[in-house]
Design a protein around this ligand. Structure first.
Ligand code: HEM
Length: 512
């Protein structure tokens, strides 16, 4: 009899839990159903996830969708309105990051404020960074941006086939100059090489979900020699690379300062302003971490944007012509563009905005983490959710960007050719959200702008021909990832006039 009562009680409890879970599930945002325990692990494609998220958002008629990654709740935000409501208006709840034991602890990237929890350590570093990269401070870097853009022209002239390498050199040279005052070598620069190796390590270790230790953190205590602990040996290798990026250029500045030979730079200013009573060792760690974060945040991203620009110019030659007509009218053919031309080149500025929209550099920005339960549109969003802003969906929303797959700079312009003032929020999505929005965006936009204006004024970008005279079409394909790039394609850079070589040569000397 008692046994029966116990059984009945258990059945009732199980039913109640089932109902509770169903109700809870019902109040979560919609999304694909998934399987027991693993949830949606197999639903999410390994590449170009943003396209699947966008499709689900349409299928389920909700701008916020819910996924379950083996027990970890994931909320994907697919519209500008929802992004504004959650990341901006409720930014206090949506500014944390997801901790990845592989990256943060084993590779030791705790110094990088991109990956830091939302708290005092992050705030301190973001403040230091902001001091040097806010909109007015960034204006101070224009001479250097101009210089590296002109060096890019000269390199394109010399070895056009290596254009992606040249973009990488340009981005690295700019950031190492601004942060450490380092003038890099024309090729095979050791500082760029060190930083690129570290960048590769970070992007591998930061590939969320690639390492079991990210799901089962206790695995970090497994000794390196243990069978199956290859991830720990790999992490130790990557740590060497990231430590080198942190330490080498920083040491070069302190040494140059001691010898009285340091060039002006972010690190030199910070160290000079350091007060006697401050904890020097701790502060130096903060400063070196912030400088290294600038490299990792700013190099791949700039390269991706300019790579997409080259591709767009091959696919949309009429737009290239239209932009060149504007550049020729304003700048002429006797000099190269500089930043003073910017207000008179709205079409070029619109083209830059369209590059960042058409092929977003970071299609899912960097995931945030929700720190307490929340409700949106009647849906329950659980505390601890990974919250992904679908930049791609927002920038391809046909309500704001009709025919979103087409490359149309005109969408950023009024009928009279001036820039639209009502599109500011839309373009910001390319740089992420809320309190975590990219703090390097002013420098990023300026360096991409001067790079694009300079190339348009000097070269026609053309599809090359093969030995039989047939045009080689670019595939237009992209690599998927946190930062996306066009897959290798060929592009011919034809100097626009006989005086181009001389113009580039003179431009280089002027900017020195
Ligand atoms: C076209 C170029 C760039 C794009 C598209 C871009 C995009 C982004 C995005 C999407 C985020 C994450 C925002 C979020 O969490 O919601 C971010 C963060 C960050 N970016 Fe950029 N970025 C670019 C260039 C730069 C440059 C040039 C720098 C450095 C000078 C930089 C430094 C950073 C840093 C330090 C963070 C971490 C911010 C934090 O977590 O608080 N970025 N960027």
């Amino acid at each position: 009899m008692i046994d029966l009562q116990v059984v009945a009680l258990c059945v009732t409890a199980a039913l109640a839990i089932g109902v509770f879970l169903r109700q809870r599930r019902r109040s979560l945002p919609p999304g694909p159903k998934g399987i027991p325990v693993l949830g949606n692990v197999f639903d999410i494609p390994k590449e170009f996830e943003w396209i699947a998220y966008d499709r689900w958002s349409r299928e389920y008629r909700s701008d916020v969708i819910y996924l379950n990654l083996a027990g970890t709740p994931v909320v994907v935000v697919n519209s500008a309105q929802a992004a504004h409501e959650l990341f901006e208006k409720r930014s206090l709840l949506y500014s944390d990051r997801v901790r990845l034991p592989m990256l943060n602890e084993l590779v030791g990237c705790n110094w990088h404020f991109l990956f830091m929890d939302y708290g005092d350590d992050w705030r301190e570093r973001r403040r230091v960074f902001h001091q040097f990269f806010h909109s007015n401070a960034s204006v101070g870097y224009r001479p250097r941006e101009l210089k590296v853009a002109r060096e890019l022209l000269s390199r394109l002239l010399e070895s056009p086939d290596d254009f992606m390498t040249h973009l990488r050199h340009m981005a690295g040279s700019l950031i190492l100059g601004v942060t450490y005052g380092i003038d890099v070598q024309p090729s095979n620069d050791p500082y760029i090489a060190t930083a690129e190796t570290a960048l590769h390590a970070i992007s591998m270790a930061g590939n969320a979900g690639a390492y079991l230790v990210d799901y089962i953190p206790i695995l970090k205590y497994v000794p390196s020699w243990f069978p199956g602990a290859a991830f720990k040996r790999q992490a130790a290798e990557w740590k060497k690379a990231t430590d080198a990026m942190l330490e080498r250029p920083f040491k070069a500045v302190t040494q140059a300062m001691a010898e009285g030979k340091a060039h002006p730079s972010m690190i030199a200013s910070l160290l000079t302003e350091l007060k006697e009573d401050e904890d020097k060792d701790r502060k130096e760690k903060v400063f070196s971490g912030v400088a290294a974060a600038a490299y990792t945040g700013g190099s791949d991203t700039t390269v991706s944007a300019l790579g997409s620009f080259f591709l767009a110019m091959l696919l949309y030659p009429d737009i290239q012509r239209k932009a060149q007509i504007e550049v020729d009218r304003v700048v002429g053919r006797d000099r190269l563009p500089d930043f003073s031309d910017e207000p008179s080149l709205p079409y070029v500025t619109a083209l830059v905005k369209e590059v960042l929209r058409w092929r977003p550099v970071t299609p899912l920005a960097v995931p945030h983490r929700l720190t307490s339960d929340d409700v949106y549109n009647g849906y329950h969003l659980p505390s601890g959710s990974i919250v992904v802003g679908n930049v791609w969906a927002i920038l391809h929303d046909e309500r704001t960007f009709p025919d979103p797959e087409a490359f149309v700079p005109e969408r950023w312009l009024n009928e009279d050719g001036s820039l639209r003032s009502d599109m500011r929020d839309a373009e910001l999505a390319a740089f992420g959200f809320g309190r975590r929005i990219c703090p390097g965006r002013y420098m990023a936009v300026a360096s991409v702008w001067i790079g694009i204006a300079s190339v348009l004024s000097t070269f026609d970008l053309l599809k090359p021909r093969d030995a039989n005279g047939h045009i080689i079409e670019p595939s237009g394909d992209y690599y998927s990832g946190l930062v996306t790039y066009p897959k290798p394609f060929r592009c011919a850079f034809k100097p626009r006039s006989e005086s181009t070589v001389e113009l580039i040569h003179n431009g280089l000397q002027e900017s020195d």
